[in-house]
Design a protein around this ligand. Structure first.
Ligand SMILES: C[S@@+](CC[C@H](N)C(=O)[O-])C[C@H]1O[C@@H](n2cnc3c(N)ncnc32)[C@H](O)[C@@H]1O
Length: 228
């Protein structure tokens, strides 16, 4: 299974490069989900469980929804959306891949979760500043490094005044050059969230579950004002 995971990572790197070469940077996500043909073992980031780093953080902080509005960015198959739903959030979850969203609906369609196909860079207008809690897990890191500021700006824009954002990502030191997709994030990369009117309220470094992997950063921000 771990071997298959590495093979699938190699496959997605090749697909990302192919699509990029023909000027369609984001197209490989849908192609990859489609090619996986409903077999969860073909999706390296999917395991039908909430992200274990996020869950550890949520349990340690006693996260509760209390009916607050949450948005899950790049939700994939929807496991984290379901987790937030179970914690009592009113959840909207979106992904650029229609196949991923259909799959998420099959898995979690019985829960009252709004699953939508949407592009982070062209979201419905009413999502801007529309959420009390925004969750971003592993969507920034597979996108090209030169897009990173643009991605961070787009994610920041969803956070309502007084709202929170939690980012879970592979982490790296500022002076280490990332060499392979998924490109881990540095503290320097993350500092752009602070330029978008967010204040960092927690920063936890977690050891990786697989020892060959980079550590994970779980970072919490709050928007103190209506500034963006
Ligand atoms: C590495 S996967 C992580 C999925 C999920 N967050 C998880 O942890 O299981 C990245 C996800 O981001 C989605 N994605 C990439 N670019 C996007 C965009 N511009 N707008 C919305 N979703 C996007 C992909 O389709 C993919 O499902």
């Amino acid at each position: 299974m771990a071997e298959n995971k590495e093979e699938r990572r190699e496959r997605l790197r090749a697909m990302a490069a192919e699509f990029e070469a023909r000027g369609d940077t984001l197209g490989w996500f849908e192609a990859f989900y489609k090619e996986s043909a409903g077999d969860i073992d073909q999706i390296p980031w999917a395991d039908l469980e909430p992200n274990s780093y996020f869950r550890a953080w949520a349990e340690s902080t006693g996260l509760k929804g209390d009916g607050r509005k949450a948005l899950v960015v790049g939700c994939g198959l929807g496991d984290d959306a379901k987790y937030l739903h179970d914690l009592g959030f009113e959840v909207t979850a979106f992904d650029i891949s229609p196949t991923a969203i259909e799959w998420a609906k099959k898995l979690y369609g019985d829960a009252d979760i709004q699953f939508e196909t949407a592009d982070l860079f062209a979201p419905p207008q009413n999502w801007v500043g529309g959420f009390d809690f925004v969750l971003e897990i592993y969507t920034i890191q597979p996108l090209p490094l030169q897009m990173r500021p643009q991605v961070i700006d787009a994610i920041s824009a969803f956070v309502a005044s007084k709202g929170k954002l939690v980012v879970v990502t592979r982490g790296r030191e500022d002076d280490v050059e990332p060499d392979v997709l998924p490109w881990p994030m540095s503290r320097q990369d993350l500092s752009r969230f602070l330029e978008k009117g967010l204040t960092q309220t927690d920063f936890v470094v977690m050891p990786p579950v697989d020892e060959d992997e980079p550590p994970r950063f779980v970072v919490e921000y709050v928007r103190n004002s209506t500034s963006s």
